[in-house]
Design a protein around this ligand. Structure first.
Ligand code: ATP
Ligand code: MG
Ligand code: MG
Ligand code: MG
Length: 466
C-alpha cells in the first residue's frame, strides 16, 4: 500500500465503524495555550474538556501535526519528524476501551495485514481492564503485553487540572537487536531500536482535581494517534520513514539539486533527511498562515527554515534551494492538502526571501567567523559567539560544526549566559521596530496572495527547543 492508500484505508475503516470523517484542522490551533497542533486530539480539546457538546460522538481524522520537542532527533532516528500526519479515531462519551482496542487490532492485522507475531502492546501498570482485553479478547500472549509506568503510559491533564487517563500502545518489532539489553527479555520497555511505537490509544477516564486526585469521568473518551509515516515504513517494509513513498520524491529532488546520493555517507543522509523534513514543515506552516519572524510561531518557522539551510550549506549549497524542495513537497502532497497547492507562490516567495536573507547573513557571518577563528587558540569564547549571533543571526551550531573540524572548543555556556542577559534586557524594553516591519512586509505579501494573516498573535509558550 502506498501512503495515500493507507491514509484513506484508515479513514474508511473507521467510517464503517460509524465514525464521521473530518478533514485535518490547521497547524495553528484555536487555543492560546498551544503554539501548534501537536496531536490529532488538539482540535477537539474543548469537547474533551466538556466545554463544547460534540456534534458527532465518533470522529476519525488524519491531522497535520507539528512538534518541536523531537527536532534534535529528526534525521538521526528513522522515526521522528517535525511535521507529520497523525491518524486518529475519537469517541466522545461513546465507545470505550474494548472497541478502541479491538478495532485498532482489526485495522493493523486485517487491513494493513501486519504479522501478529511482530506486534507487541503496552498498557499502564494499573490498567487491568486494558490488559484483560488484550489478553482475553484479542489473544495477545502475556509476555507481549508490557505494563509500563506513568512516564509513557499515562496521559496527565494538559494543565494542573483536567481530563486524563491511561494509554496503551502498539509497537512493531523491527528485529534489530543492537540496543537490546543482555540477560533480560528485550521489550518495548527497554529497546527503542527494536520496537517502533506505531499507535497510541488514550483512554480518558479520569478528572484530576487541584489536589492531584483522580475522579472517574461520567463520560469517558477515546483519543488515539498513529503516525502515518511510521505505519507507511512498516507496511512498505523499509527501515526508515524517510525511505517511504512520502519522502522518496523529496529526497530524490535533493539528490539532483546537491549532486549527492542518499546513502553516500551517514553525515550526508542526516542532512538530506533534515532538509526533507524541514521543507515539509516550512511548506505547511506558511500555508497555514505563519511567516518568519522573531516572535513565537514565526520564530519557530525561522529556526526550522534556517536549520534546513544550514544543512544545505553542509551539502555544498551557496544559494537558496529550499524553496525548490518546498515545491516538490507541494507536488507530492498537494492533492491531499489543496491548501499548499493554492498557496504555492506564497510558499515559494516567502521561503526564498527568507533564504536569501539568511544566505547573506551566513556569508557575512563567515567573514567574521574566520577572523574569530584566527584569533582563537583552544576555545571560541562566548562573547564571539554572541557577537556573531547578535550581528548576523549566525547560529552557534554552525560555529560548533566548523570548530570541530579545526579541533577547537566552543564556550556555549558563556554564549547562553549572554543570550539570557539579552533576553532579560528585551523583556524590559522590547524594540518592536523590526517586528513591526516584518509584520508589515509579510502583510503586504499576504494581501497580494489573498490569504488571511494569522501568524503574529501574542501567545505564551515555554520554550522552543530548537
Ligand atoms: P515517541 O515515543 O516515538 O517519541 P510519542 O509517544 O511521543 O512517540 P505520541 O505522543 O504517543 O508519540 O503520538 C502518537 C503517535 O504519533 C505515535 O505513536 C507515533 O506513531 C506518532 N508520532 C509521535 N511523534 C512523532 C514524530 N515526532 N514524528 C513522527 N511520528 C510521531
Ligand atoms: Mg515523543
Ligand atoms: Mg512514546
Ligand atoms: Mg506514545
Amino acid at each position: 500500500m502506498n501512503s495515500d492508500e493507507i491514509r484513506s484505508s484508515f479513514l474508511s475503516f473507521f467510517e464503517t465503524k460509524g465514525h464521521k470523517v473530518l478533514p485535518s484542522a490547521s497547524l495553528i490551533p484555536d487555543d492560546p495555550q498551544l503554539l501548534f497542533t501537536v496531536a490529532g486530539m488538539v482540535p477537539f480539546k474543548p469537547i474533551f474538556w466538556g466545554k463544547v457538546e460534540p456534534i458527532y460522538r465518533r470522529i476519525a481524522t488524519c491531522q497535520k501535526c507539528l512538534r518541536t520537542n523531537d527536532i534534535e532527533n529528526v534525521g538521526r532516528t528513522p522515526r521522528h519528524h517535525t511535521f507529520f500526519e497523525m491518524l486518529g479515531n475519537f469517541s466522545f462519551g461513546d465507545y470505550f476501551k474494548k472497541e478502541a482496542i479491538l478495532w485498532a487490532w482489526e485495522y493493523v492485522t486485517q487491513v494493513l495485514k501486519l504479522e501478529e507475531e511482530k506486534l507487541w502492546v503496552t498498557v499502564y501498570k494499573d490498567d487491568d481492564e486494558a490488559y484483560g482485553i488484550w489478553r482475553d479478547l484479542v489473544g495477545v500472549p502475556e509476555k507481549k503485553i508490557i505494563r509500563m509506568g506513568k512516564d509513557t503510559n499515562f496521559w496527565g491533564p494538559a494543565g494542573p487540572t483536567g481530563p486524563c487517563g491511561p494509554c496503551s500502545e502498539i509497537h512493531y518489532d523491527l528485529g534489530i537487536v543492537e540496543d537490546c539489553p543482555e540477560g533480560v527479555e528485550c521489550t518495548p520497555a527497554n529497546s527503542d531500536k527494536r520496537f517502533l511505537e506505531i499507535w497510541n490509544l488514550v483512554f480518558t477516564e479520569f478528572y484530576q482535581d487541584e489536589k492531584g486526585q483522580l475522579h472517574p469521568l461520567p463520560r469517558k473518551n477515546i483519543d488515539t494517534g498513529a503516525g502515518l509515516e511510521r505505519i507507511a515504513a512498516v507496511v512498505q517494509g523499509v527501515s526508515s520513514n524517510f525511505e517511504t513513498d512520502l519522502f522518496k520524491p523529496i529526497i530524490r529532488r535533493e539528490e539532483e539539486l546537491f549532486g549527492v546520493k542518499y546513502g553516500e555517507s551517514e553525515e550526508k543522509n542526516v542532512s538530506l533527511r533534515v532538509i526533507a523534513d524541514h521543507a515539509r514543515a516550512v511548506t505547511f506552516l506558511i500555508a497555514d498562515g505563519v511567516f518568519p519572524s522573531n516572535e513565537e510561531r514565526g520564530y519557530v518557522l525561522r529556526r526550522i527554515l534556517r536549520r534546513a539551510v544550514r544543512h544545505g550549506v553542509l551539502l555544498g549549497a551557496s544559494k537558496p534551494f529550499l524553496y525548490e524542495i518546498c515545491d516538490m513537497v507541494i507536488e507530492r502532497m498537494g492533492k491531499v492538502y489543496p491548501e499548499i497547492e493554492k498557496k504555492r507562490n506564497l510558499i515559494r516567495d516567502v521561503t526564498r526571501a527568507e533564504e536569501e536573507r539568511f544566505f547573506k547573513t551566513i556569508l557575512q557571518g563567515l567573514e567574521m567567523l574566520n577572523e574569530i577563528l584566527e584569533q582563537s587558540k583552544e576555545i571560541i569564547d562566548g562573547e564571539s559567539l554572541f557577537r556573531l549571533y547578535d550581528t548576523y543571526g549566525f547560529p552557534p551550531d554552525i560555529v560548533v560544526d566548523v570548530a570541530k573540524e579545526r579541533g577547537l572548543k566552543v564556550d556555549l555556556e558563556g554564549f547562553e549566559r549572554l543570550m539570557e542577559q539579552q533576553r532579560e534586557r528585551s523583556r524590559i524594553s522590547r524594540s518592536d521596530v523590526e517586528y513591526a516591519r516584518a509584520v508589515r512586509d509579510y502583510e503586504e505579501l499576504a494581501k497580494t496572495q489573498k490569504i488571511s494573516f494569522v501568524g503574529y498573535e501574542t501567545l505564551t509558550h515555554e520554550s522552543t527547543v530548537l
